[in-house]
Design a protein around this ligand. Sequence first.
Ligand SMILES: [Zn+2]
Length: 132
Amino acid sequence: MTARLDPDRDSAPWWEAVDRGELLLQRCTACGVPRFPARALCNRCRSRDSDWIPARGTGAVYSWIVNHQRFMPNLPVPYAVVCVRLDEGEDILMYGNLVDEAGNAADPATLVPGLRLRAVLIDGLVQWTPAE
Ligand SMILES: [Zn+2]
Protein backbone atom coordinates (compact mmCIF):
# COMPACT_ATOMS: atom_id res chain seq x y z
CA MET A 1 0.00 0.00 0.00
CA THR A 2 1.34 3.40 -0.94
CA ALA A 3 0.70 6.38 1.30
CA ARG A 4 2.67 9.51 0.62
CA LEU A 5 2.44 13.26 0.55
CA ASP A 6 1.33 15.13 -2.54
CA PRO A 7 4.25 16.62 -4.46
CA ASP A 8 4.57 20.40 -4.39
CA ARG A 9 6.54 22.85 -6.53
CA ASP A 10 9.84 22.07 -4.80
CA SER A 11 9.42 18.35 -4.16
CA ALA A 12 7.85 17.25 -7.49
CA PRO A 13 11.21 16.39 -9.16
CA TRP A 14 12.15 14.28 -6.12
CA TRP A 15 8.90 12.29 -6.23
CA GLU A 16 9.20 11.83 -10.01
CA ALA A 17 12.70 10.39 -9.48
CA VAL A 18 11.48 8.05 -6.74
CA ASP A 19 8.80 6.81 -9.12
CA ARG A 20 11.61 6.02 -11.62
CA GLY A 21 13.54 4.18 -8.90
CA GLU A 22 16.11 6.94 -8.36
CA LEU A 23 17.02 8.65 -5.11
CA LEU A 24 18.07 12.28 -5.62
CA LEU A 25 19.07 15.22 -3.48
CA GLN A 26 18.54 18.85 -4.31
CA ARG A 27 21.85 20.75 -4.45
CA CYS A 28 22.53 24.46 -4.30
CA THR A 29 24.34 25.42 -7.49
CA ALA A 30 25.81 28.52 -5.83
CA CYS A 31 27.56 26.87 -2.86
CA GLY A 32 27.24 23.15 -3.67
CA VAL A 33 25.51 22.10 -0.45
CA PRO A 34 22.94 19.28 -0.83
CA ARG A 35 19.64 19.61 0.95
CA PHE A 36 16.59 17.57 1.80
CA PRO A 37 13.67 18.05 1.80
CA ALA A 38 13.61 20.20 -1.31
CA ARG A 39 12.98 23.90 -0.77
CA ALA A 40 13.22 27.15 -2.66
CA LEU A 41 16.15 28.69 -0.77
CA CYS A 42 19.55 27.40 0.29
CA ASN A 43 19.85 27.48 4.09
CA ARG A 44 23.55 28.25 3.80
CA CYS A 45 23.81 31.00 1.17
CA ARG A 46 20.13 31.90 0.46
CA SER A 47 20.53 31.24 -3.27
CA ARG A 48 17.42 30.22 -5.20
CA ASP A 49 19.46 28.25 -7.77
CA SER A 50 19.56 24.47 -7.50
CA ASP A 51 19.85 21.23 -9.41
CA TRP A 52 19.45 17.53 -8.59
CA ILE A 53 22.18 15.00 -7.92
CA PRO A 54 22.06 11.26 -7.30
CA ALA A 55 22.13 10.34 -3.60
CA ARG A 56 24.37 7.50 -2.44
CA GLY A 57 21.35 5.93 -0.76
CA THR A 58 23.26 5.10 2.40
CA GLY A 59 23.18 6.45 5.90
CA ALA A 60 22.99 5.66 9.58
CA VAL A 61 20.08 5.33 11.98
CA TYR A 62 19.59 8.60 13.83
CA SER A 63 16.30 7.73 15.55
CA TRP A 64 13.21 5.56 15.16
CA ILE A 65 9.77 4.74 16.43
CA VAL A 66 8.07 1.37 16.62
CA ASN A 67 4.40 1.46 15.70
CA HIS A 68 2.10 -1.09 17.35
CA GLN A 69 -1.20 0.46 16.20
CA ARG A 70 -2.83 -1.26 13.21
CA PHE A 71 -3.78 1.76 11.09
CA MET A 72 -4.37 -0.28 7.93
CA PRO A 73 -5.70 -3.85 7.85
CA ASN A 74 -3.01 -5.17 5.49
CA LEU A 75 -0.07 -3.54 7.24
CA PRO A 76 1.37 -5.92 9.84
CA VAL A 77 2.49 -4.56 13.20
CA PRO A 78 4.82 -3.85 14.83
CA TYR A 79 6.91 -1.98 12.29
CA ALA A 80 9.65 0.58 12.65
CA VAL A 81 9.84 4.01 11.04
CA VAL A 82 13.45 5.10 10.93
CA CYS A 83 15.03 8.52 10.70
CA VAL A 84 18.21 8.10 8.68
CA ARG A 85 21.12 10.54 8.59
CA LEU A 86 22.37 10.35 5.00
CA ASP A 87 26.08 10.13 4.25
CA GLU A 88 25.85 13.34 2.20
CA GLY A 89 25.46 15.51 5.30
CA GLU A 90 24.66 15.33 8.96
CA ASP A 91 21.64 17.62 8.53
CA ILE A 92 20.14 15.52 5.74
CA LEU A 93 17.54 13.27 7.34
CA MET A 94 15.10 10.97 5.57
CA TYR A 95 12.33 8.86 7.03
CA GLY A 96 10.98 5.51 5.94
CA ASN A 97 9.96 2.10 7.12
CA LEU A 98 12.56 -0.47 8.14
CA VAL A 99 12.27 -3.42 5.77
CA ASP A 100 14.13 -6.64 5.01
CA GLU A 101 15.61 -7.60 1.63
CA ALA A 102 12.20 -8.77 0.42
CA GLY A 103 10.55 -5.48 1.39
CA ASN A 104 8.71 -6.88 4.40
CA ALA A 105 8.75 -5.17 7.79
CA ALA A 106 12.05 -5.95 9.50
CA ASP A 107 12.42 -6.76 13.18
CA PRO A 108 12.63 -3.44 15.08
CA ALA A 109 14.74 -5.20 17.74
CA THR A 110 17.68 -5.08 15.29
CA LEU A 111 17.81 -1.27 15.45
CA VAL A 112 20.63 0.52 17.25
CA PRO A 113 21.79 4.11 16.86
CA GLY A 114 24.27 4.37 14.01
CA LEU A 115 23.21 1.13 12.30
CA ARG A 116 24.15 1.37 8.63
CA LEU A 117 21.17 1.35 6.27
CA ARG A 118 20.66 1.60 2.55
CA ALA A 119 17.64 2.92 0.72
CA VAL A 120 15.30 0.65 -1.19
CA LEU A 121 12.60 2.17 -3.35
CA ILE A 122 9.39 0.17 -3.14
CA ASP A 123 6.01 1.18 -4.55
CA GLY A 124 6.98 4.84 -4.89
CA LEU A 125 8.34 5.14 -1.35
CA VAL A 126 11.83 5.28 0.10
CA GLN A 127 12.33 2.55 2.68
CA TRP A 128 15.44 1.38 4.51
CA THR A 129 17.15 -1.95 5.01
CA PRO A 130 20.30 -2.92 6.93
CA ALA A 131 23.36 -2.31 4.73
CA GLU A 132 25.38 -5.28 5.91
ZN1 LIG B 1 23.90 27.61 -1.21
